[in-house]
Write a protein that binds this ligand. Sequence first.
Ligand code: UDP
Ligand code: MG
Length: 324
Amino acid sequence: MSIPTLISIIAPAYNEEATLPEFVKRTASVFDEMSDYDCEIVLVNDGSRDSTLEVIRTLKQQYPMITVVNLSRNFGKEIAMTAGLAEADENADALVIIDTDLQDPPELIPVLVEKWRSGFDMVYGKRASRDGESSLKKSTAAAFYMLMKNVGSTPIPRDVGDFRLISRRVADALLMLPEKHRFMKGLFAWVGFPQAEVLYDRDARFSGATKWNYWKLWNFAIDGFTSFTIAPLKIASYMGFITALSAFVYGLFVLFKALIWGDSVQGFPTIMLTMLFLGGVQLLVLGVIGEYLGRAFNEVKQRPLYLIESIDRAERDVSADESG
Ligand code: UDP
Ligand code: MG
């Protein structure tokens, strides 16, 4: 008898005390039906302020397939996911990234696994509907995807969250990317390999509240954008070029006007206008450069992505199988 295929479920949790028991229960029962597969549930506690860690530890007594990764503070979902991928059992043949708030139904996992078995390295869940989201959130999301598609160098599939299955080699490829501004949706798209999508209805949150607000989303979008395109820097130089050219043309005009008709002291509005305009353009361009410089600064610091306070690995009984 061979060792069953191992699938690691990577689930980042930040203040999810209310949803975790239900999440683990539903995920474990999905695997009860999948007898050919072993399952490890990597719960990454991302510096929660509520009793998430205690809830996870209690759950682990009942479900030994849980691996508890306890980060030293809140690092944000992108990094929590990376930590989960890095700390998952290295024998895992496929890894599933899923939210713990049950917005991504664990019952979809067998479908993802089936697609993976048919030869895809990455199988992502695509939202057939975005229930419970405001029209503002929907329209800003649409604008972001459109921008990324037209200006970004890596096309990112629309309405696809982080919920997906990735093969071992995709996980290894992701872990090879050392960048600190980890816009995972973009990194997933960047690594490539055969990909397939599975449509699903994204449920409303089981309990608790979303950790996103518009300010965070805005910063997230800037991170995504700057990580995958330098178009704003190019726009800055084009803008500089156009302004300089028009200033030159205007300068010629002023010169000839003064030569032909002489110069009377006029033109205060023109001076103010050009000064304010140029000052504005310069500040804007400096800001754009600053965004990139700041990110370059963060990258060269070479800090570790995250720190783990404690880790408690899943128990997997394979000894009996190995002898056979
Ligand atoms: N999350 C996390 N760290 C954070 C914020 C969120 O690990 O700093 C987790 C959270 O526990 C959940 C998932 O990321 O499992 C998605 O978060 P949320 O539901 O707030 O995002 P939304 O579904 O609204 O996009
Ligand atoms: Mg959610």
